[in-house]
Design a protein around this ligand. Sequence first.
Ligand code: GDP
Ligand code: IMO
Ligand code: MG
Length: 424
Amino acid sequence: MNSCITGLQWGDEGKGKVVDILAEKSDVVVRYAGGANAGHTVVIGGHKFALHLLPSGSVRQDTACVIANGVVIDPDCLIQEIDSLRHRDIGLEGRLFISENAHVVLDYHKQEDQLREQSLGNSKLGTTIRGIGPCYADKIGRSYAVRVGDFKEPEYLRQKLQKIAKFKNNYFKAMYGGDEVDADAIFSKCLIYAERLGDFIVDTTEHLHNAISVGKSVLFEGAQGALLDLDHGTFPYVTSSNASSLGMAAGSGVPAKLVDKYMGVVKSYTTRVGEGPFPTEQDNEIGSEIRERGNEYGTTTGRPRRCGWFDAVAVKYSALIGGIDELAMMHLDTLSGMSELKIAKAYRIDGKETAFFPSNCAKLSRVECVYETLPGWDDDVSCIRTFEQLPANARAYVAKIEELTGCPISIIGVGPGREQTIIR
Ligand code: GDP
Ligand code: IMO
Ligand code: MG
């Protein structure tokens, strides 16, 4: 049985926790898109792991981990992550497989990300400054891109970096007036990357198809969320990859028809980091209350997350484009103690009501939400492990979200810990 897990909002839905739980019954966990802009948290016995490039299955010693073609890899970050797991007695030797066709994020990508954001001032995107956009742009442009497999061809890589440095220096000088890219210095770093990562580099497409052909179960771990998808999200306030489940096949080389179940992860409210439209945002005391109760600060950048009500219009859209079979809804515990809860069930745009999410930012900026208001509950739910034990108002809230999104909710998060989960 192969499954794909993706976020259905603007990221940080709790994918890491859900993947960790489902990885118990999976042989292989695969990251297929995004890069170190992702921050996936797994909490086991009070110990926290924040993963940026390694799949969340990596904390389970018997799970194989694949970083597939569609991921952009910052080798410094990946090496640091491998070392940090090793310090916690979790080894990756023999079970981590990195695609030779994945693209490499180098220092000049991160410089460019930062310089571009700075120069945009108020119209910045609010990126994570992890070099994601510039690296994917080089991939699409083809002529100045470095792939992981190049680490195994040092002379070819050395010559390629000379060409890239010439181009990047002209570009940086013209656009931002400075910042020398030193080809020799980058090449020296790449030799270290090659030594540290060389044993993990393979053809992951072949590896995955071999695993599937012998009946192994594969879990695909999305990064970001469907509303940050380059083609289907709230462009330009998106990331530079197909973050929805639509990116799974292209990013891994495994066709969509080989996946048996698509699971979407949502929070029981909505958060967003960075700029861009957010119809249910509560830029007020309610939003602050959710932020503090839910500890809504970025796993990757530490930025406070913008918070708001659950948006069923947006999630229904994400579920539709993602072919989602069922939902995991996290952070139900965070809503305990709120007197009333709102869910956006439709939008009013230019006087007309619609239940279909317009991903177009101009339209989204004119949206007025039509809310359904439900009563809250006071009880702490963090120790509850069955749906039936939840307060009646919490059950009604879950049922309303199922009704409005058209998706059954099979997993409910009641705390960050692995065990703080209701499986229905
Ligand atoms: P991801 O990017 O989708 O993996 O999510 P992040 O790890 O960036 O952010 C989710 C945060 O919520 C992390 O700090 C998790 O430990 C935490 N979390 C996950 N599920 C729950 C839950 O059900 N309740 C609470 N209170 N925290 C949760
Ligand atoms: P996970 O996998 C939340 C957001 C950034 C910014 C936009 C573009 O942890 O859910 P980028 O650096 O990708 O060019 O930034 O996308 N963003 C995320 N927001 N969770 C993430 O990942 C994100 N990855 C990127 O904040 O608004
Ligand atoms: Mg995150």
